[in-house]
Write a protein that binds this ligand. Sequence first.
Ligand code: C5P
Length: 216
Amino acid sequence: MSIPFSIAIDGPAGAGKGTLARRLADHYRLNLLDTGLTYRAVAHALLRLGLPLDNVSAAETAARQVDPAKLDRAVLSAHAVGEAASKVAVIPSVRRILVEKQRDFARTPPGAVLDGRDIGTVVCPDADVKLYVTASAEVRAKRRLDEIESIGGTANFDEILADIVRRDERDMGRVDSPLKPAVDAHLLDTSEMAIEAAFLAARAIIDDVLAKRNKA
Ligand code: C5P
């Protein structure tokens, strides 16, 4: 792998793309960037300052300060931060600033797995492999509920489902870089597929691309 190799993974919240991205990055020894964390970092900065999420200049300043190598998942993974992130993510200038940082990350050898909403369409349109990972909203809500309950929390299924549907609408309906599969993306529907099966399916696709690349 001499030229940086890039794998783009897109899909809605809770489809399993984060887990898949981590497993693929480990397996192929590539860098990993969960681009959702970059939007979450901007939202978190505004929330901490008590500023409204549509304050464009404050959001731009926060976006410039994001360092993709220093994102604290523990702080940024809170549900409210994800909800707020999808609001700052509609600001085109914030997207431009973060997309540049994400591209720099992808270009750094030996290459990277990036997961998000617009990786295959906007951030890395020339990615070596593009995957679009999806699952029904009900399955994603059930997974989120199981996750919360597994760490001793409680939550309401209908509220989680409503949240997921609202976030999907915001991500798919925005004017700038809406969530959608790239035309050349491979679709992986994890509604009825365990993560291990999705990992094996993704590996078959990637190994095929690597074999052709090594022959060229
Ligand atoms: O993936 P995650 O739930 O952490 O993303 C939080 C929010 O950030 C998403 O709902 C979406 O609005 C935004 N996002 C985006 N583009 C990306 C990654 C995330 O707009 N590439």
